[in-house]
Design a protein around this ligand. Structure first.
Ligand SMILES: *Cc1c(COP(=O)(O)O)cnc(C)c1O
Length: 364
């Protein structure tokens, strides 16, 4: 199956097989070796010297951790949301009692750093800014470096959901001076779901000392204190750690610059391919188009369920639909992690094959 959803992503065979090893003592020396190696690799991939908490959860658990470790009920936070995952970040903060304010943004566009700056200037009580690096629901990548510069100049915390960008698109945690950056195992890492990671900077760790949101499972300081002993506080997803260990080794052997270049090229090929078919990208300004997922407008008269059904049944190609208010209006082609030029060509040939049957004549 050509699984082209934006996570979980296909995994290389050897990464899957690595996960099929016998269990080990998660409080023994073998695990200590693995977690030390994985942690160093994560620091390289996050471009950070900060400690990275390794959590057993999906990415959303790390988003929750970013919030509950740094904030207190009643804190004002700015949620710079440009899509469904941005909304989720704000919902988590609200669930724990934060007061969430939201600048106006439009689905399909990136967030405007100047707007973030003027809102922060107007409201000195905003303690933290929540922002998605790559909004998987719309196929748009924010300029995190520019937003971070503004947030830093106003001295607020910046919590970043980089779940669909880490390991595919450069995330300069230290150069951009980001406070918490989170991701999960099943997107750019080419590893099955089950682990999430949070790079936590010094300001965030200082904030944790006075933050009063309730936390236990996702208490970052507990994770860091156990890490010193080569462990996690709770039983980790050991099999996923085996796979991750190998996947990181493979990524670093390829070199992160080469991995980023490959994602940029594949994404550019996907965008060119869909436009050649006469389809339109959902992103308003292609300069902000995501290098990990491409959102495509469903053409007038085409029923998306029929299009996706034909791709699946006749071509063994699985693409994602739209989420929330974009349901039925866009479809999304995932191209993060393990993907080849042949996979891209197969998606384009398959679209050319089934689109006419779904009611859209493809240009010759
Ligand atoms: C996939 C994704 C999430 C959710 O992660 P889960 O692992 O499903 O909890 C959040 N944010 C972004 C940007 C994502 O791509």
């Amino acid at each position: 199956m050509n699984l082209r959803i934006p996570g979980p992503t296909p995994c290389p065979e050897d990464v899957l097989l690595a996960g099929a090893q016998q269990m080990i003592d998660h409080r023994g020396p073998e695990f200590a070796d693995i977690i030390a190696r994985v942690h160093t690799g994560l620091q390289t991939i996050f471009s950070t010297a900060n400690d990275v908490a390794i959590l057993t959860s999906s990415g959303t658990g790390a988003m929750e951790g970013a919030i509950v470790n740094t904030l207190s009920p009643g804190d004002r936070v700015m949620n710079v949301s440009i899509g469904v995952f941005g909304e989720r970040f704000g919902q988590i903060a609200e669930a724990y009692g934060a007061e969430v304010v939201k600048p106006h943004t439009e689905y399909g566009s990136a967030a405007d750093p100047d707007m973030v700056g003027s809102m922060l200037a107007d409201d000195p009580t905003i303690k933290a800014v929540l922002v998605t690096h790559n909004e998987t629901s719309t196929g748009v990548t924010n300029d995190i470096g520019a937003i971070a510069k503004v947030v830093r100049s106003h001295d607020r915390l910046m919590l970043v959901d980089a779940i669909s960008s880490v390991g595919c698109v450069p995330v300069q945690t230290d150069a951009w001076d980001l406070d918490v950056v989170v991701t999960g195992s099943q997107k750019g890492f080419m590893v099955p779901p089950g682990l999430a990671f949070a790079a936590v900077g010094p300001r965030a760790r200082e904030a944790a000392k006075t933050a009063t949101m309730p936390r236990f499972y996702f208490d970052f300081e507990k994770h860091f204190s156990y890490f010193e002993r080569g462990q996690t506080p709770w039983t980790p997803a050991v099999s996923v750690m085996f796979s991750l260990d190998l996947a990181i080794e493979k990524l670093l052997a390829d070199g992160m610059e080469a991995v980023y270049t490959k994602h940029a090229k594949i994404a550019s090929d996907v965008r060119a391919g869909v436009k050649e078919l006469g389809l339109e990208l959902f992103v308003k300004d292609e300069a902000y188009a995501s290098n990990t997922v491409t959102a495509v407008k469903v053409p007038e008269g085409v029923e998306l369920s029929k299009l996706r059904g034909l791709l699946r049944s006749d071509r063994n190609v699985v693409v994602a639909g739209g989420q929330g208010s974009l349901d039925g209006k866009i479809f999304r082609i995932g191209h993060m992690g393990h993907i080849t030029d042949e996979d891209v060509a197969d998606v384009m040939e398959s679209l050319a094959d089934v689109l006419p049957r779904a009611g859209f004549p493809v240009p010759a």
